[in-house]
Design a protein. Sequence first.
Length: 241
Amino acid sequence: MNFEGKKVIVTGAGKGIGRVVAEILVKRGAKVAALTRSADDVVSLREDLGCQAIQVDLADAEATREAARAALPADFLINCAGTTELQPFLKTTVEAFDHLIAVNTRAPMIVAQEYARSLIEDGRHGAIVNVSSVAAFVGIPDHAAYCASKGGLDGLTRVMAKELAPQGIRVNGVHPTVTLTPMAIKAWSDPEKAAGMQQRIPVGRFAEPEDVAEVILFLLSDEAAMVNGISMPIDGGYMIA
Ligand code: NDP
């Protein structure tokens, strides 16, 4: 998987899975355009990885569109940014629900629209990976808004895959289980809850960011030229019936 000379937009490249994806891409010769929020991450992406780092709050639709345009032109897009807020279903607030939909579902749509329009205008081909979650398939207590936001993202992935592939742009989704990043530490800090989840993963461990990053990069690569519209679990077998 050679990304030499390719430009890749990575949202949420400041931390976690996105950061590891950006690091691997840079090592493999790609130029990364990072869309992320925290100022210190923006500085580190620029200084440590040489990325084009654009600071944006992806909950803001207009700012997201402007940031996406600033990152273009690009060869590939990874919609990795995501957020969560733990609330039982009966206590899920409209504010939290709307925020998660804005960041986890609407922002990937906006960035993908800008990326795809630019490729089509230039007559070039490309590929998108949307980072979803096993939470799109499984009802996880206290994750109502998150599960809904990732289920919505999967719907987008499938429509984009059908509409964009004829224009030379493949679109796939990946579905990690718990992956040891700042987000997971927030959601799975209760050892009893974490042990219960881990017991249901046949390979016997949570994922590392690298486990997820390598699958994302495979789906972008020419080796996956006939893979379009899939939802690829990265879950150690968690979803086996
Ligand atoms: P992290 O919290 O470690 O990193 C998320 C990144 O997204 C951060 O750089 C964060 O920036 C950025 N981000 C979040 N909200 C916004 C926003 N409003 N505007 C701009 N940037 C934002 O998360 P992970 O690496 O764990 O998650 C990456 C993706 O993987 C997400 O889509 C997540 O849903 C998915 N996933 C993660 C799993 C896990 O267990 N970790 C499991 C399944 C799926 P900042 O910190 O500055 O806000």
